[in-house]
Ligand binder design. Structure first.
Ligand code: TRP
Length: 455
């Protein structure tokens, strides 16, 4: 398959790259933050429901579209349904790629800095000292914007080399190490004084929170974000996949791995957090992991090393995700407009860097971007809300409608079961993609908008 578009070296390479896209800051930074704001175990429960019944079927649908069309997300819709408006779904995805990358690269920049801060012991001392250190760091404009641009430059350099080189190999080493280190930290956190309170918060749902529609919306958005769904990243990765490879098994592996990493991250943060006197999980905001983890590392022998290793692995996990975010708009400019890879990468990276600036400035440095007038949140939070909580689920809704009702389930199943590939429950998948996914997403988005608008 030596095509110009590039293709995966092997089946394992595809799974690793897609898993690398899924596992990232969304799992380790985003998930605990959202659990903290969504009231603990109630959020976890809703999240797991969204993953199983909405996101897993959509992941399969995205792979099927990509592999059938062998094109970027915009061209893919044009290939399967020419002369219709469906390509707009792909366009939404291309825009979401730039939007998400613009704030994601800021957080990835923070994780790079924390490699240094933990290794050198710069971040240490009392909880107030660690919190103060974080606030003054994120409002250091030259440093944080520089790191943001650094993340974008590294991503661009990797993407410039094409699909295959790098991603597969890096992920193969990083993922097992990351899992191992997370398990170790979870065990350590569980043995800290006060850990039981954190565990209870994490696994025992407060049922009164479950009926808050905003918890549903946040959980849905987080599930899409964590699994890299709703914007065609998995369409793009599926398009590099050969027809000989089974999709269902790959998708199940990726969903299980991604969800395990997120659950493990919570299993570290909450027991460790509750062992700190006066800890309130709902007030951590985007700084939650950066203020809880240094305290956890301090309780380990050789904690500096563990801390640095953790942030190195987190940075690598973030980079395998930024690669997939950048690859979607780049693939579109190559496939759809005949640009060279180099020009496409430079243009998209430059645009993203400009859009990233207000996200980097809005963490204390510039009051306007820190708390947008009339909106009550900062620019970074606003970006995360627009893209994760709304754009991705809407993209997923459109993909489900497209596959379920336009391309149609039997056509999609023919693609999914090509060459006698294993596909466990075709009837169930068809029903989820036709009815459950579109209806659930529509209801959640509708009632959230109603609640936010106060109607
Ligand atoms: N899933 C990644 C994470 O959890 C982020 C990500 C990468 C993403 N590619 C995406 C999110 C595409 C949405 C769409 O960190």
């Amino acid at each position: 398959m030596a095509t110009e578009r590039g293709a995966w070296g092997s089946r394992a390479g595809f799974i690793l790259a897609a898993a690398g896209s899924a596992v990232g800051l969304g799992n380790i930074w985003g998930f605990p933050t959202q659990v903290g704001q969504g009231g603990g175990a109630a959020f976890v429960l809703v999240y797991l429901l969204c993953v199983a019944f909405i996101c897993a079927p959509i992941m399969i649908a995205e792979f099927a579209i990509g592999r059938r069309a062998q094109k970027d997300p915009i061209s893919a819709f044009e290939v399967i349904r020419p002369a219709t408006a469906w390509w707009l779904t792909g366009l939404l995805g291309v825009l979401a790629g730039v939007g998400i990358l613009s704030f994601y690269s800021v957080i990835a920049g923070w994780t790079i800095a924390y490699i240094w801060f933990t290794a050198t012991g710069a971040v240490s001392g009392s909880q107030e000292a660690i919190g103060g250190f974080f606030s003054s760091f994120v409002s250091n404009v030259p440093l944080t914007t520089g790191l943001t641009f650094g993340v974008l430059a590294i991503t661009a350099a990797i993407i410039m080399g094409g699909v295959r080189s790098g991603i597969e190999r890096a992920t193969k080493i990083m993922m097992p190490l990351l899992l191992l280190l997370l398990m170790l930290l979870a065990v350590r956190a569980a043995t800290l004084p006060g850990a039981e309170a954190g565990l209870a918060y994490y696994v025992r749902p407060d049922m009164s929170r479950i009926w808050d529609i905003r918890v549903f919306n946040a959980a849905l958005g987080q599930a899409f974000f964590s699994l890299s769904l709703g914007m065609g990243a998995m369409i793009t990765y599926g398009s590099y996949l050969s027809r000989r490879e089974g999709i269902a098994a790959a998708a199940i592996w990726i969903v299980l791995l991604d969800t395990s990493v997120a659950l493990l991250a919570g299993l570290i943060i909450f027991p460790a957090g509750f062992s700190i006197p006066g800890f309130d999980p709902s007030t951590g905001g985007p700084g939650l992991i950066f203020t809880v983890l240094p305290r956890l590392f301090a309780t380990l022998p050789g904690g500096h090393l563990f801390g640095a290793a953790f942030f190195i692995l987190l940075t690598m996990a973030a980079l395998t995700s930024t690669i997939s975010l950048l690859e979607v708009p780049v693939a579109h400019l190559i496939d759809g407009h005949g640009w060279t890879r180099r020009t496409a990468v430079l243009a998209v990276t430059g645009t993203t860097a400009l859009l990233a600036i207000p996200s980097a400035l809005g963490n204390g440095a510039v009051p306007f971007f820190t708390s947008l007038p009339g909106i009550g949140m900062g620019f970074l939070d606003l970006m995360a809300t627009i893209w994760n909580n709304f754009a991705l689920p809407v993209g997923g809704f459109l993909i489900a409608i497209f596959v379920g009702w336009v391309w149609r389930v039997d056509e999609a199943l023919a693609e999914l079961r090509a060459e006698h590939a294993w596909f466990p429950a075709p009837g169930l998948w068809g029903a989820l993609i036709r009815y459950v996914c579109p209806a659930a997403i529509l209801l959640i988005i509708f009632f959230t908008i109603r609640a936010v608008a106060g109607i």
